[in-house]
Design a protein around this ligand. Structure first.
Ligand SMILES: [Zn+2]
Ligand SMILES: [Zn+2]
Length: 74
């Protein structure tokens, strides 16, 4: 029975790989990159949008608020 199980797993991963190879019909827009743990990040994870005035303003300009989402320091 172990052999059959293994084969099924192989088939499943082959199907997954094949699906991943196909070009997406409609490429999803790049999601804004919020800093982990920021107000915006928390809001998005709750399925909401950050309501901070600075963040709303940045979002309207198609940006991410850099007051609340500081770029990662090197
Ligand atoms: Zn925010
Ligand atoms: Zn902000």
């Amino acid at each position: 029975m172990g052999g059959m199980r293994h084969l099924a797993l192989l088939l499943a991963s082959a199907v997954l790989l094949f699906a991943a190879d196909k070009p997406a019909a409609a490429p999803a827009p790049v999601a804004p990159k919020y800093q982990e743990g920021s107000c915006c990040d928390k809001a998005v994870k709750k399925g909401e949008k950050c309501v901070h005035p600075c963040c709303v303003k940045a979002a309207k300009a198609g940006k991410v608020c850099d007051h609340c989402n500081e770029p990662a320091k090197k």
